[in-house]
Write a protein that binds this ligand. Structure first.
Ligand code: NAD
Length: 454
């Protein structure tokens, strides 16, 4: 392990990875390798948790390819030095900012989108000119292995390498110095990463989780709202960090909303224990048991079907939920959707603000005033109006959390910046020097300073 870290450091010091043509060539190579190995990627993730080819392509590979395309297109421009104006006190001179890669980077991935959440941060780091050690989550072990095989057989380990492993290996890795750590996972482990990074004063990006609220107001298009929420919630069987965690619906439309949700689910999802290309299994027994314990309630409106043998939990909706119910204590991260009704928007806002700052926030309404009010009052990582999840597909929008849901962001240029340092340079000419800052200090110098600079 130490060898690889040292080799990466040595390679970085050759300056080769700073060459923009080198970066572009390697990104193109990675894209081609992923495309050539798509079958193996599909097979592995299916073995891990029954994710179909279509859903893997839709929610992992398209976004990964698009991110590579964006970097190939823009990285030369984003790597250029940028000239900025210079203040009068420095006349005559120029000022500019030079982007530079941070160095040797550690990327730690989460399990729920094993390809996308590991590869996109790694791609951003490579695009910015860094070397990368990628530690994918060990839970989808087939997916982690296939990524390791594709990458380790085709890239020098001094440049880009996958290290498989769980807590023990990650703990060991974290003892060493990196120039940046990018972590995706739970807030609980995020704190461990942050502490370990602090030992070396290593900068971190922490992409964490939390309970993402979804507000449904009476004036929304109810049918469309139900359709979009159901898709966003049950994609990946609810194992999505930006899934609507719970719904706050205006009382006057609660019944109509619930009946549209029911229609949408029963028409499009398996309600019994079948393996389907449209619906996944829960990742492991531990998560299955945790989710099952949340179903121990008389508030099931729809679903609640489980099968331990293949870790199946049907799309489930809970009704008449309150903020003191167990399901509201922590991020659900599974196919269970609690619905809470409200009559006073201010009370709903207060309740949201009593919880920790969420990764995502969704509002379904046509009322601009209410949208503005909600966005002014609630702090959240990112979100959408009249949709859920889809904001992260727009590479122009920086993606990340705030407070307990994370720090820093990525996607597109935000990802490039996240793995770059910006060197500020004042570049002076030597043909002239104003005497004013030098001793002996005097009253007239003070007067001129006041006249020119206040
Ligand atoms: P996790 O925190 O359990 O694991 C994430 C990574 O940390 C894995 O690679 C794991 O091997 C490693 N790890 C686990 N325990 C560790 C320890 N004690 N010391 C060092 N490393 C350790 O998270 P998870 O279960 O993989 O993912 C679920 C969580 O991640 C949810 O909270 C979800 O909301 C969040 N998440 C956030 C995003 C985002 O983009 N913000 C995306 C996906 C998931």
């Amino acid at each position: 392990m130490l060898d690889i870290i040292q080799e990466q450091r040595d390679f970085f010091n050759t300056n080769e990875s700073k060459n923009t043509d080198f970066r572009i060539a390697n990104l193109k190579k990675l894209k081609q390798l992923l495309k050539d190995n798509e079958d193996a990627l599909y097979d592995a993730i299916y073995k891990d948790f029954g994710k179909s080819r279509f859903e893997t392509y839709l929610s992992e590979l398209i976004l990964t390819y698009q991110e590579i395309n964006t970097f190939i297109k823009h990285l030369k421009q984003w790597s250029r030095r940028e000239s900025v104006p210079t203040n009068l006190a420095n006349f005559p001179s120029r000022s500019y900012i030079i982007p530079e890669p941070l160095g040797s980077v550690l990327v730690i991935g989460a399990w729920n989108y094993p390809y996308y959440l590991s590869l996109v941060p790694a791609i951003s780091a490579l695009a910015a000119g860094n070397t990368v050690i990628l530690k994918p989550s060990e839970l989808p072990n087939e997916s982690a292995s296939v990524m390791a095989k594709i990458i380790n057989e085709n890239f020098p380990k001094s440049y880009f390498h996958v290290l498989e492993g769980g807590v023990e290996q990650t703990t060991e890795l974290l003892k060493h110095k990196f120039d940046k750590i990018f972590f995706t996972g739970s807030s609980q482990v995020g704190k461990i990463i942050y502490k370990a990074a602090a030992e070396h004063l290593t900068p971190v990006t922490l992409e964490l989780g939390g309970k993402s609220p979804t507000i449904v107001l009476a004036d929304c298009n109810i049918k469309m709202t139900a359709k979009r929420i159901v898709w966003a919630k049950y994609l990946n069987a609810g194992q999505t960090c930006v899934a609507p965690d719970y719904i706050l619906v205006e009382k006057s439309i609660e019944n109509e909303f619930l009946s549209e949700v029911k229609k949408e689910i029963t028409e499009n999802y398996p309600m019994r224990n079948d393996i389907s290309d449209n619906y996944l299994r829960i990742i492991n027994d531990k998560n299955f048991d945790r989710l099952k314990s949340l179903l121990d309630t008389d508030k099931i409106f729809l679903g609640g079907e489980t099968n331990a043998k293949n870790r199946f939990i049907s799309p489930t909706v809970l009704k008449d939920v309150t903020f003191s119910d167990k399901v509201m204590e922590e991020e659900i991260f599974g196919p269970i959707l609690p619905v809470i009704s409200f009559t006073d928007l201010d009370v709903a806002i207060r309740q949201i603000k009593q919880m920790s700052k969420p990764l995502s926030f969704y509002v379904f309404t046509k009322n601009k005033k209410k949208i503005n009010k909600l966005f002014k009052e609630v702090s959240f990582g990112g979100g959408a109006v009249n949709d859920a999840i889809m904001h992260l597909t727009n590479g122009e929008l920086p993606f990340g959390g705030v407070g307990l849901s994370g720090m820093g962001n990525y996607h597109g240029e935000a990802g490039f910046k996240s793995f770059s340092h910006y060197k500020s340079v004042l570049h002076k000419s030597s043909w002239f020097e104003a005497p004013i800052k030098y001793t002996p200090y005097s009253k007239w110098k003070m007067k001129i300073l006041k006249l020119l600079l206040e």
